[in-house]
Design a protein around this ligand. Structure first.
Ligand code: NCD
Ligand code: ZN
Ligand code: ZN
Length: 429
């Protein structure tokens, strides 16, 4: 049976197709059918007057914790948090238990995500077995099982020889290696950024040089093999400068920034707040400004959350011992809208960093409102105000640094393949 959905009078922004206009959007049988005037009767209507209608958001850096740590998050709760945040496609990192280091686990995750049936879940395969940085996984097998990139995220690919092989091999079939850039010899034992705040608090720090030196080495390796290299969650001024230079040289190097790294600084940890502890850590104002400049000039093509849910027990044990990571899916959009309000990005540029840009890097068939495309659509009110309440988060993880903070901008509807999966503050299905 055929079904139609009409999204009426919304401000449609589709960066991939250069669309930026108030119009009607018709969805037929789960696909984008028409943008513009069209007379007809729809089975379902959404009034999007005064709202923005864009391709469903893509978050290419998420920790779903399943299999292995389902008390922190699972594929279902993570998918629910995603659609509550307007996200219709997520890439999940392999630091699960077991790790996504063989095809069977990747297939299981995809199968479970299909059962949950809320958003697309694309696994990222491990670079090395057990994420221990020594022996490469069966990378080709992982891509055949549905993995869209490779990373040992949580851990760096430390050995230069292993990294070189991974870059060469992944690139030979067009995939990129995503590096958690951290020189552990410099960061071991650290909990927050190294600087005057770590000194004042008496907490061990992680110097920016730990991130910069790994990125510098990797760029040399990417140059050596003309490989596709992507830096996860970039946080330092030096790192952004290195990536910018490598791109000028024509290397196939890209990066992403997480909302916390362009919105917050290390001052968040002054009250020993472990919900502001993550890896890489919140840095200085100069680093934050450099990340913002990188987003502005295009060096940083993608906004990705690094959604890293943890249980209370892993967080409420003091700054030094608390787990690294914060949740991000449900606050990604309003925090990023500050870039638009601050004149850093146009609305279309911001949306591109969460839709067509990650889709291009990962070869995903998503992130556009092209006629005939799967109707994954996010509708939001850019001016709606709401207050973050950790207890009301859809994610199992309540570890947000924004608890009690007012946000401007709220997702009102999320549509997945033509089906309303989030509306009126409720996840459906
Ligand atoms: N970002 C974090 O602080 N934590 C991540 C690991 C990671 O992204 O490196 C996690 O898995 O908890
Ligand atoms: Zn990481
Ligand atoms: Zn991560």
């Amino acid at each position: 049976m055929s079904s139609t959905l009409l999204i009426k009078n919304g401000h449609i922004i589709d960066p991939a197709n250069g669309i930026d206009e108030v119009a009607n959007l018709w969805v037929k049988d789960g696909k984008v059918a028409v943008i513009g005037a069209y007379d007809g009767q729809a089975d379902e209507e959404i009034d999007a007057d005064g709202k923005i209608v864009c391709p469903g958001l893509i978050d290419m850096h998420v920790h779903l914790r399943e299999p292995g740590q389902e008390w922190k998050e699972d594929i279902e709760s993570g998918s629910r948090a995603a659609v509550a945040g307007g996200v219709t496609s997520i890439c999940c990192m392999p630091n699960t238990g077991p790790h996504i280091d063989h095809a069977g686990i990747a297939r299981q995750i995809i199968e479970r995500a299909r059962q949950v049936n809320l958003c697309n879940v694309h696994p990222i395969g491990a670079v090395t077995k057990n994420l221990d940085g020594k022996e490469l996984t069966e990378m080709r097998e992982l891509t055949r099982a549905g993995c869209v990139a490779f990373s040992d995220d949580g851990m760096p690919i430390w050995h230069a020889g292993v990294m070189r092989k991974a870059l060469e091999y992944a690139s030979s079939f067009g995939f990129m290696v995503i590096q958690h850039a951290e020189e552990k010899e410099l960061t071991a034992g650290g909990a927050i950024n190294e600087g005057w705040i770590s000194t004042q608090l008496g907490v061990s720090g992680m110097p920016a040089a730990g991130e910069d030196s790994m990125i510098a080495r990797d760029i040399m390796l990417a140059r050596l093999s003309d490989a596709r290299y992507h830096v996860a969650h970039i946080s330092t001024k030096g790192g952004v400068a290195l990536i910018r230079q490598a791109q000028k040289e024509g290397l196939k190097v890209s990066t992403e920034a997480a909302p916390h790294h362009f919105a917050l600084t290390e001052e968040e940890v002054l009250g020993y707040n472990s919900d502001a502890k993550m890896s890489p850590p919140l840095r200085t104002e100069a680093d934050r400004q450099a990340v913002i400049e990188g987003l502005r000039d295009g060096t940083i093509a993608v906004i990705a959350t690094d959604h890293a849910p943890h249980h209370e027990d892993d967080k409420r044990c003091g700054l030094s011992c608390a787990a690294f990571g914060i949740v991000g899916l449900e606050t990604m959009l309003p925090v990023s809208l500050d870039l638009v309000r601050g004149g850093v990005l146009t609305m279309s540029e911001m949306i591109a960093k969460m839709t067509c840009n990650p889709a291009r890097l990962l070869n995903l068939d998503a992130g556009t409102l092209s006629v005939g495309a799967e109707a994954d659509i996010t509708i939001f009110d850019a001016d709606a105000k709401w207050t973050v309440d950790r207890e009301k988060m859809v994610s199992k993880g309540k570890n947000t640094p924004w608890h009690g903070k007012e946000m401007t901008g709220r997702v009102t509807h999320t549509v997945k393949a033509g089906r309303l999966v989030f509306a009126e503050g409720e996840v459906r299905g």
